[in-house]
Design a protein around this ligand. Sequence first.
Ligand code: DOR
Length: 426
Amino acid sequence: MPEGGFILIKGGHVVDPGSRHDAPADLTIAGGVISACGSDQPAFERVIDAAGLLVVPGLIDMHVHLREPGGEHKETIETGTAAAVAGGFTAVACMPNTAPPADTPNVVKGILQKAQEVGSCRVYPIACLSKGRAGKELADFRALAEAGAVAFSDDGDGLADNALMAAAFEALATLDRPVIQHCEDPTFTRGVMHEGEVSRDLGLPGLSPLAEEFMIARDLALAEGCSARYHVAHISTRRAVELVRTAKAGSVRVTTEVCPHHLLLTDEACRTKDANFKMHPPLRPQRDVDACIAGVIDGTIDMLVTDHAPHAAEEKARGFLEAPPGIVGLETSLALFAKALIAPRHIEWYKLIELMSTAPARIFGLPGGSLAVGGPADVTLIDPHAEWTIDAARFRSKGRNCPFDGMAVAGRVVCTIVGGEIKYEL
Ligand code: DOR
């Protein structure tokens, strides 16, 4: 479909928190933008029958590891964005723990260039907080923002140095770009799973939940009073959710996100010693899962993300102790969030789309998140009732490290349109 084509999406149910629309309607696309909702227009190049489908603003994932440059054996911008559109995403933000890390304008520009050439969806680079992600010296935020960085993070590692973190908040307040903190204080023992009964039973080194909670508490204290925006990456503990909830009631500009695995799995899964259950932050006990779900329901948690972290099969085969942490998520997250949140009736589709599209666009100041006339034609079509079985062998991602392989799920992406071009069809 060439850009600029006329497309009619007919007979679907439009769920668009961006324009507060939740009703049956036709949607029309022309010249890469939403041209009208519910009107008749002649000479469409393509008419999509959306009967029984949800028509929603393209999903946006603010936490993705595309691995390029430097980790192309795990994923590339081409394969990662192909996976993204298969998962309903029209935009992803990519983390800077590449090789070299995204701590110079050249690396940021290189990612944008590559995405332009081979990407299936929009790509927003997140640049490093510290040079080399080494936690010693701040990166040049202004130059990186000018090159196209939408936010700053040392994801994979938290920025531990107090003075440096205070300086980062100060510098970023003037640029109005958020810090995305990987909240794990490295002065706690860096274990391979949640520290508790299961880690003790397995004899595996545990990581205290306090590592996450200390860093959030410290950052909230540092951010208070300065106008910096602070985003807590992949929140996972009860006390962490409580800290963010309390801070939101005060003066800190804090937001947060949660991943599907922290809503669906507990540390009990690690008893299999399958390294596909190893990630940072680690799987937690049920009380933490319950607290994260409560945080989604009451609005403490602002958005849903994947932390898509592909690793090669031979890397994950090193065993639980030695395997790198992380799991893939782009092609499964919609169905998994539906399983965690919609099937048990914690939230409705409208709220899910708010959390997966409208909120990330609003909070990070990105295009999309809405199907309002005149906006970019980033649209996802979802069959909310389609039942299917996750099969990692069929992923477009290079990564097969999926703890949900073989799981029966419901809710499937049927079509993904980016800027008026059909980039994925089931
Ligand atoms: O499990 C994880 N893997 N957590 C992170 O924060 C980093 C990621 C990776 O890059 O593999």
